[in-house]
Ligand binder design. Structure first.
Ligand SMILES: [Fe+2]
Length: 262
């Protein structure tokens, strides 16, 4: 029914402007390698969904680089903003929107699958996220409708606790419990909530709702449920990657993890 690639946290910037204690990896090179790997997949891909932090930091010029990188994709790409994104530049340069939203959110029909893109950048103690009351109301109407289509939700921030101290204490969506109580109403037709932000490939299942995070194309962070994992630490054993998601007509959802070298 629908096959899409889930990517996240490309953090694109011109190479010489990236400076971080986390990694020596160059995000622009990683993004180019990501596009090459997706284009080389030996199956038809309907689209790519990018769950945010497209740019390294919210600098308008970085979106010209991002546009150049993703123009090489052989399929359409849809975006949701991350906490590092400039939401205006994302909408004008990448999404080609004229009707700008403060918190860009939207809904699409992708091959008969209802795809809902939720912004999680309402005011919060960064880098945590928050979904506005207006969007929660919109999301609740979708999740309580009698729409028969399989449903997928894309959002930037991690929603539910996963037992990893730094992810649960300061990275998570602050009103994630409310968000979860809304989306679980649609769990019978919900393929998954696809997110990024945590820079690692990880799934969490709660109340029948699958939360699936894609790896970054730049650098991966540690995500172990140990009391010591309280800070952002690079995971040197993890490779950059992406997920290939296949949704069947009956809602059966398969997620394949891919890695690549830069
Ligand atoms: Fe983020």
């Amino acid at each position: 029914m629908l096959t899409f690639v889930h990517i996240s946290d490309t953090h694109i910037a011109p190479d010489d402007r990236v400076s971080t204690p986390y990694t020596q990896a160059k995000s622009l090179a990683g993004a180019h390698a990501l596009v090459t790997a997706i284009n080389a997949l030996p199956l038809h891909i309907d689209c790519v969904i990018h769950t945010g932090d497209v740019a390294y930091d919210p600098e308008e010029a970085f979106y010209d680089d991002a546009r150049e990188v993703f123009a090489a994709l052989r399929m359409p790409i849809y975006y949701i903003a991350g906490n590092h994104d400039d939401r205006t530049a994302l909408q004008t340069t990448l999404m080609r929107r004229d009707d700008l939203q403060l918190y860009p959110h939207y809904e699409l029909d992708l091959q008969g699958v209802q795809a809902v893109f939720v912004d999680s950048n309402a005011p919060a103690a960064l880098p945590a996220g928050y979904v506005s009351e207006d969007q929660l109301e919109w999301l609740n109407a979708i999740c309580t409708s009698d729409d028969p289509r399989p449903l997928l939700i894309a959002v930037h921030h991690n929603v539910v606790p996963c037992g990893v101290p730094w992810l649960d204490s300061w990275m998570r969506m602050e009103n994630g419990d409310v968000f979860h109580s809304i989306v679980r109403q649609a769990r019978d037709r919900l393929c998954g909530v696809f997110h990024g932000h945590i820079h690692q490939s990880m799934d969490v299942l709660r109340d029948g709702v699958r939360y699936s995070a894609a790896a970054s194309s730049w650098c991966q962070f540690m995500g172990y449920p140990t009391p010591e994992n309280t800070d952002v630490l690079p995971d040197s054993l993890a490779q950059p990657g992406f997920s290939v998601v296949h949704v069947s007509a009956d809602g059966t959802t398969t997620i394949r993890r891919h890695v690549f070298s830069v």
